[in-house]
Ligand binder design. Structure first.
Ligand code: GLU
Length: 387
C-alpha cells in the first residue's frame, strides 16, 4: 500500500474505518476549542453538543475517555494574566485555578447525558514508569467498567518542564495505548494534515488517510502551533506514531463546528492515521519483547493450566519467587518443571510476592497490612506461550 493516499473525499470515505466499529475511543479536546478567550469562559453550548456526541457513542457500547486541555487557558483569564508567555509558576497557578472549573463543566455536561465523569490528572511519570502506569491503567479500567467517562489532563500544577508532556496530543496518545483504546480522535482547529501549511500555500491538499508515518509525512507537519494550545501539527504526528505503534488508529478532525464527532461519522473531511496492529497484540508484543525480565514466578500445575486458559494469575498458585523485582516489572512465568510458559507485569514487589505466594487472595490485606489486587499478574498484563 502507498504510504500516503491522496484519494478524493469519496474514495477516502469508503476506505476510512467507521466510528461505530470502535470499542474504546479517546477524544482529545484542545484549549482553543473549549475556551472563549474574549469572554474568558468555556464555550458551553459547543461542549454540550460534544457531550451529546459522546453519549451517542457511549450508548452504542463504546468506552469513551476524554483528554481535555484548557486549564491554563481558563485559569489565566480568571486570574487576568496578560496575553503571551507565562512564567512556570504563573502557568501552574493558572492550571490550578482553571482545572477546577474545567472538571466541573465536564462533569455537568456529561451528567446532562446521564454519564458520570471521573477526573484523572496524570504526570509524565504516571504513564512512563511501570509501577505507576499500572495504577493509572487500573483506575481507568475500573471507571470504564463502571461506564463512567474518565476526563484526563496533565497535572500541570506539579509537573515541571523536565518531567512534563507539555502538550496534550502526545499525552492523549499515551493514554490511548495505556487504556488499550483502538481509536484516538484529536479534535483540533484544523481539518487534518495537509501536504503544506494551508494558510501559506493555496495548493495545499488535505490528506485523508496516512497508512504509515514516514519522513515525508513528518516533513509536511512543519512546526506551527496555534496561540492557545501547545501542540502544533508536529506534536500530532508524534502522537500518531505513539498511537499507531500501540495498536490504535488516530484521526485529526476539525473541532470548530457543532457536533464535531457526529460529523466525522457522517463523512466530514479529516485525516486518518491507520495502525497495522491492534491494542492487545501491540501490548503483548511490548511485554514479550521489549522488557527485560527482573525475576520469575514458579507456578503449580493448576495455576499453569488456568493462565493457559486465559485466567489471571492468583497468588495461591505461585510456589516460588525468584529475583528482586519491583511492582510493574516484567517477570517470567515458569511451570512446575521450571519451563517458561509466559511473561507478565507483576502487581507486587518481590518482598510482598514472597509473603502472599501460595495464599488465598482474600488474605492479602491481613498479610501485607493493606488491601491489594487479587491477581499477582492480571491477564491483560500477561503473555502466555503460544499467544
Ligand atoms: N494541559 C494543558 C492545559 O490544560 C494543555 C496542554 C495543551 O494545550 O496541549 O492547559
Amino acid at each position: 500500500m502507498a504510504p500516503v493516499s491522496l484519494a478524493g473525499p469519496a474514495a477516502s470515505a469508503a476506505l476510512a474505518p467507521r466510528l461505530e466499529n470502535f470499542r474504546r475511543i479517546v477524544i482529545k479536546v484542545g484549549s482553543s476549542l473549549l475556551v472563549d478567550r474574549e469572554q474568558g469562559c468555556v464555550k458551553r453550548e459547543w461542549l454540550a453538543a460534544l457531550a451529546r456526541d459522546i453519549a451517542d457513542l457511549h450508548r452504542q457500547g463504546a468506552d469513551i475517555l476524554v483528554v481535555s486541555s484548557g486549564s491554563v487557558a481558563l485559569g489565566r483569564t480568571v486570574l487576568a494574566f496578560p496575553n503571551g508567555g507565562l512564567k512556570l509558576e504563573d502557568s501552574q497557578a493558572a492550571a490550578a485555578v482553571g482545572q477546577i472549573a474545567l472538571a466541573r463543566i465536564w462533569a455537568e455536561v456529561l451528567a446532562d447525558e446521564k454519564i458520570a465523569a471521573g477526573q484523572i490528572l496524570v504526570t509524565f511519570g504516571d504513564t512512563e514508569e511501570r509501577r505507576r502506569y499500572l495504577n493509572a491503567r487500573a483506575t481507568i479500567g475500573r471507571l470504564l467498567d463502571l461506564r463512567a467517562v474518565p476526563v484526563i489532563n496533565e497535572n500541570d500544577t506539579v509537573a515541571t518542564s523536565e518531567i512534563r508532556y507539555g502538550d496534550n496530543d502526545r499525552l492523549a496518545a499515551r493514554v490511548a495505548t495505556m487504556a488499550s483504546a483502538d481509536l484516538l480522535i484529536l479534535l483540533s482547529d484544523v481539518q487534518g494534515l495537509y501536504t503544506a501549511p494551508p494558510n501559506e500555500n493555496p495548493e495545499a491538499v488535505l490528506i485523508p488517510i496516512v497508512t504509515r508515518v514516514t519522513a515525508e509525512i513528518e516533513a509536511m507537519a512543519g512546526g506551527a502551533a496555534s496561540q492557545l494550545s501547545r501542540g502544533g501539527m508536529r506534536t500530532k504526528i508524534e502522537a500518531a506514531k505513539i498511537a499507531t505503534t500501540g495498536g490504535a488508529h488516530m484521526l485529526i478532525a476539525d473541532g470548530r463546528v457543532a457536533h464535531p464527532v457526529a460529523r466525522i461519522g457522517s463523512g466530514a473531511p479529516c485525516t486518518w492515521f491507520l495502525t497495522g496492529s491492534n491494542p492487545v497484540t501491540a501490548r503483548k508484543k511490548w511485554i514479550a519483547g521489549s522488557l527485560e525480565p527482573r525475576g520469575a514466578l514458579h507456578l503449580d500445575a493448576g495455576a499453569a493450566r488456568a493462565i493457559v486458559s486465559g485466567k489471571s494469575l492468583l497468588p495461591a498458585g505461585v510456589t516460588r519467587i525468584e529475583g528482586n523485582f519491583a511492582r510493574g516489572d516484567c517477570v517470567l512465568i515458569r511451570n512446575a518443571d521450571g519451563g517458561e510458559i509466559g511473561r507478565g507485569l507483576v502487581a507486587y514487589d518481590a518482598s510482598e510476592a514472597v509473603l502472599i505466594a501460595g495464599r488465598n487472595s482474600q488474605d492479602i490485606e491481613a498479610l501485607l497490612g493493606a488491601p491489594g489486587r487479587a491477581a499477582i499478574i492480571h491477564r491483560d498484563d500477561m503473555v502466555v506461550a503460544g499467544e
